[in-house]
Design a protein around this ligand. Structure first.
Ligand SMILES: Nc1ncnc2c1ncn2[C@@H]1O[C@H](COP(=O)(O)OP(=O)(O)OP(=O)(O)O)[C@@H](O)[C@H]1O
Ligand SMILES: [Mg+2]
Length: 708
């Protein structure tokens, strides 16, 4: 009975296991290969039986390990008190936290299962195929038993099934047809399940990404891109695998177990009753270990996330690392993360070892006990040899099923862990919803900041504005100046409603910003950031990012306004020049001008230039000055933030801030510049300008004279 499978077949079955995680196995192959490994090698439930799963797991982790993120980072971004508590917990003891959360496993499982709801029909079809293929494969032991018993009687070429004599030829034809049906069902199951899996994964990923883009700035201030990539790529894969392949494997195990036990009852109820004694310890072991594996696999996911974060940062700053000669230090940093992951994986390996060792021992003892009891019954004439053979095969089938069910449980727990990480993203409600609110078009009036009190949510102890009042008239070009960190960029952040003020309100042409639909409003406002952010496509793609349907004339016009047409025309590929990652193949000034043209192409009613021309030469700056004058003539408002005198002097009105974010002076450039005591001059003397240089020289001369 133990030599049914040829070694060649056995090898190929094991290969099938390791390569495909069972998804391409037929139920028959599945059971046969398991049976062979269990019995012919190291006995029932040996560690070898787990090899396929382990190999595939390693292969799988290796494949997408870089894209994995950490739970800790994501927990930190939550603004709700519950999540803050969770984050604290995760820092004080992640494992403990995970174990505690396992109590809510049932609701988590249900929440995860709901993800597959839209696939119910296809899943149902896959399960139907599965039932057919599993039932067919469960006929196998029975057939073996019948064939063995037939050898007792050489004179007949009939086989006895349900007390009916069936000619052997008919029997084999029926069996072949049945197996063909099984093969077709198996094909249907694999294809359908794959389809369900891919649809599910695509939906989870898209849903998560969509949710992410609607999150507010506070969320983004706290998140780490490695964590988000992890949830998008890795966790969605784990969840999908858990919901499709794993559910299918679990169901197949359930069917095999049920059919197997029923057949065993049919053959010998007495032996079956004994056999059932081995189930409780196996189920107990799988429950205990399932929980631990869930906790551990969550930690492994987190650690993979840390690894991603470290490497992501390292790759992003290679030049800085090389400049500071810190290559060895960075390798060390990465090594520490790798070591942590290694330790966790070893721990998981040990846990698996205990589990499979324990269950294997219980299984092997049960088989030997059943075999000896069965032999005794054969001798006593209570059972035929064929029946005993069938019974033992069903025992192995059912044992394998219980075994698979335990694996199903641990895989399900992994899925639950991963889905909770995905849900942490999709369940977050943004503090500022960009789509709700009135679609207000007439914002081209005055901009009023009224009694604004503001602190960044991530830095609640630092007040940026305590009572800011600022009015900007329609068509005005206002320049905000002040020491670094005084809150100039924060004004643009508030005006784009990335954050809400704690107190006070921002009014645009009398409309409260909080009442407006942000997605609609932001189309009318343009900002060129302090750090120009270009995408890795061509110049043209970057230019038309805010207006996909821009005509060639519009593109050229915007480039002229931003003084970037000349240098673009000089490139061999002109507008089709690829700018590299983050625009790396352009100079600082070129990047600024492309970014400016990208904003100007949208012809915004309000334009914010946050140090947007800081890297430009005088010629380009003058060209842009003309553009700003044209805007003014059209009644379009411009707010510029600047440190450079050449930029500051372009504006109609200058608003000077002190380091506390208070407005200390405002007025026209000429008057303020002419007054040596003005705050503007004090600031300029700190920053740049002839005056400062002369003062500094005087100071140096004085110091020299006094001998210091
Ligand atoms: N996203 C943020 N989260 C927390 N604090 C922030 C954030 N952005 C800015 N800050 C803090 O708010 C204060 C004002 O910053 P802001 O960027 O507005 O300064 P700024 O006047 O534009 O300075 P600079 O001239 O250097 O650009 C600073 O103390 C800064 O550290
Ligand atoms: Mg700034």
């Amino acid at each position: 009975m133990f030599n049914i499978i040829r070694p060649g077949l056995q090898r190929s079955l094991i290969r099938l296991h390791s390569g495909c995680r069972g998804s391409l196995r037929s139920p028959m192959e599945n059971v046969l290969s398991k049976r062979f490994v269990h019995l012919s090698h190291n006995g029932f439930g040996s560690e070898n039986a787990k090899i396929p799963c382990m190999i595939s797991q390693a292969h799988w982790s290796g494949k997408i390990g870089w894209e994995v993120g950490s739970l800790r980072g994501l927990r930190q971004f939550s603004s709700s008190p519950t999540r803050a508590t969770k984050a604290e917990k995760s820092e004080s003891g992640q494992e403990k936290d995970s174990e505690t959360s396992s109590k809510s496993s049932f609701s988590e499982i249900m929440q995860m299962l709901k993800l597959a709801k839209p696939e119910t029909k296809l899943m149902g079809l896959a399960m139907l195929f599965l039932c057919v293929s599993s039932t067919v494969s469960m006929l196998f032991p029975s057939i073996i038993g019948k064939v063995i018993d037939m050898t007792k009687d050489d004179s007949t070429d009939c086989i006895k099934i349900f007390n009916r004599e069936i000619p052997l030829v008919n029997f084999y034809v029926c069996i072949t047809i049945t197996f063909m049906v099984g093969a077709l069902a198996n094909f249907g199951r694999v294809v359908t399940l794959r389809r369900v899996g891919e649809r599910l994964m695509a939906r989870i990923r898209l849903r998560t990404l969509k949710k992410l883009f609607y999150q507010d700035a506070t969320f983004w201030d706290k998140q780490k891109s490695g964590d988000l990539i992890s949830r998008l790529i890795n966790d969605s894969t784990v969840v999908t695998r858990s919901l499709t392949q794993n559910v299918s494997d679990g169901l197949r195990a359930g069917i095999s177990g049920l059919v197997g036990i029923s057949m065993m009852f049919f053959i010998s109820s007495k032996l079956t009753a004994y056999m059932c004694l081995m189930f409780p310890p196996l189920i107990f072991l799988s429950l205990v270990f399932g929980r631990r594996i869930k906790a551990l696999s969550k930690l492994i996911q987190q650690q993979l996330g840390s690894l991603t974060r470290v490497s992501e940062e390292q790759f992003g700053f290679v030049k800085t690392i090389q400049t500071f000669n810190n290559e060895a230090h960075e390798v060390g940093k990465f090594k520490t993360e790798v070591k942590k992951l290694y330790d966790l994986s070893i721990k998981e390996g040990q846990l698996n070892g205990y589990f499979y060792g324990g269950t294997g021992f219980v299984g092997n003892i049960a088989i030997i006990a059943l075999l000896s009891m069965g032999t005794y019954m054969v001798k006593a004439g209570e059972l035929s040899v064929g029946d005993l053979s069938s019974f033992m095969m069903y025992t192995i089938y059912s044992g394998s099923s219980v075994f698979s069910l335990s694996n199903f449980y641990t895989e399900l727990m992994k899925g639950v862990g991963a889905s909770s990480r995905v849900f942490e993203l999709t369940n977050i409600t943004p503090l500022i919803n960009p789509v709700t609110g009135k679609k207000i078009n007439d914002i081209d009036g005055d901009i009023v900041f009224k009694d604004i009190h503001f602190k960044y949510p991530t830095r609640p102890h630092h007040t940026v504005f305590s009572n800011l009042n600022l009015k900007i008239k329609r068509g005005e070009h206002v320049c905000l100046v002040g020491p670094s960190g005084c809150g100039k960029s924060t004004i643009s952040q508030l005006l784009l409603r990335f954050y809400d003020p704690l107190e006070g309100e921002i009014l645009l042409n009398g409309h409260n910003l909080k009442d407006m639909s942000l997605s609609y409003y932001r189309r009318q406002v343009g900002i060129v950031q302090q750090e120009p952010t270009l995408f890795s496509g061509t110049i043209l793609e970057n230019l038309t990012y805010g207006k996909k349907d821009a005509t060639q004339e519009e593109v050229i016009k915007a480039c002229q306004l931003a003084s970037c047409q000349e240098f673009i025309e000089q490139f061999a590929d002109k507008y089709q020049t690829v700018v590299g990652s983050k625009g790396a193949s352009l100079s600082g000034g070129q990047k600024q001008r492309v970014a400016l043209a990208r904003t100007l192409i949208t012809n915004p009613k309000i334009l914010i230039l946050d140090e947007a021309t800081s890297a430009l030469d005088t010629r380009s700056e003058k060209a842009i000055q003309k553009t700003l004058i044209q805007r003014q003539q059209k009644g379009q408002t411009t707010i510029s933030i600047a440190h450079r005198l050449s930029t500051i002097r372009m504006s109609d009105r200058i608003v000077v801030f002190n380091h506390k974010g208070e407005i200390v002076e405002q007025g026209a450039f000429k008057e303020m510049y002419a007054d040596p005591q003005s705050e503007l001059n004090k600031l300029l003397s700190k920053n740049e300008g002839k005056d400062s240089t002369e003062e500094e020289l005087d100071e140096i001369e004085e110091a020299k004279k006094s001998g210091n």
